[in-house]
Design a protein around this ligand. Sequence first.
Ligand SMILES: [Zn+2]
Ligand SMILES: [Zn+2]
Length: 486
Amino acid sequence: MQFLLMLVICLAFLPVTPAAPFFHPLWTAVATWSGVLLLSLSTLLWSRYFVRRIHDRPDSRAATLRLYTRVRLFHTLACVGWYVASLFLLGWGTVVRETWELGDVILLDELLILAPFLLGICLEWLGFYDTEKALFETSTRYSGQTFWGRMAYLGYHIRFYLGLVLAPILIFTGIHETMIALMPEASGQPWFLLASAGLLLFIILILTPWLLKVLWNARSLPPGPLRHRLEAAARRLGFTYTDILLWNTRGGVANAMVTGVFRFPRYVLLSDGLVNGLEPEEIEAVFGHEVGHVKHHHMALYLGFMMLSLMVISLTAQLILPPLPENEADYLGLLGDWAKSGEIWLASVGGLLFLGGYIWLVFGLLSRRCERQADIYGCKSVSCGQPDCTGHDGLILGDAPRSLPLCPTGIRTFIRALERVADLNGIQRDKPSWRHSSIARRVAFLESLLWQPALEPQFQRRLFLTKLGLVTALSVAVVVLVVLTS
Ligand SMILES: [Zn+2]
Ligand SMILES: [Zn+2]
């Protein structure tokens, strides 16, 4: 979901927006917003149908859920499709930037261009609220609990899905546009580009962990046996962090994550559903998985991978795509010329789609390998180091000497934690996951380690070579392309 949002937002922020081919600006606005309203009306109708079906046919709940998932997916895709059509065919971006002359107003044009999409997504959440509520209230897992209020539900979704994607982009664009407005002649200078890149890096490295804490309304995990246990585990594993946070989802999500490439700010977030639904040693294992991401430098790797990939793709685009207008006169010449502005826009969209496909494929593969590596680290974090141990019988590893090898009990504890997280989140065991692999595959790999411990060093060796190969190939490609384009 966040990935799709990121792509759509990049689309809206492209410097060239195609001009409307035949519509009057007023018609463009009316048509764009009518589409959004019609789509949200359809969510209300679907939601009424699903609520009735959930109550009337409780025995076919699984089938209802499947249909609901499919309808939601199509609906989100329809929202995206309509938005792309309103940009490309109706010229909504041109109306905002040129007809209303808002192109130079800091952030306002971007927000207005995005508005039909953002509002469409919010109306979709509001529209399907009743279905989600009915599903929650008829589920055996949550008996006795009350569901969110409508606005609290919307607020949570905005913070969880939109906030994390939108906030860094808006902060970056806001500062960047202010810099251009203050120093219009500097925007082409090399130091300006360097400063922009530095700003972007600062936002990603320093601001995002903190933004996440604020947006997700996460508080410090209160003192007690669990916190004590996790702090001891962190000491044992030699892991430094700013804080362990409890992230409130009203029990709806059982999940954990770690943010921050540097020691500060670095947070480990544990959701309430995870803390309440798992045994202490299982929470420790999940915590160990998150520590594993830091210990194996996965975030720095992802960041390096993304930057190198972006450089390769933008340098390639420079070589093969039509050039962007370089000065004001050329840019103005494009306006009103649908064929020309559309050509540049289509080329940019094509580039963006290619980038999306590439990241989906290559980053997905890398991420699934790294998750597996973190899984192994999670097993190690609750292992006692005895290869023939038969159980820990309440043994708390505490401050024992660190970096212990795998033990069967540690592996089994982590597998139990995985299965329970899947169960709490209502994830089917064999459902594929872009960034994580299916639960079934993750468990099968860990189980194979029980019988063949030699698979672990073999896996680590292969992954190391994969990472090295990937970074080397991308670096070489950057150097070659720089030589070709200069
Ligand atoms: Zn992970
Ligand atoms: Zn053991």
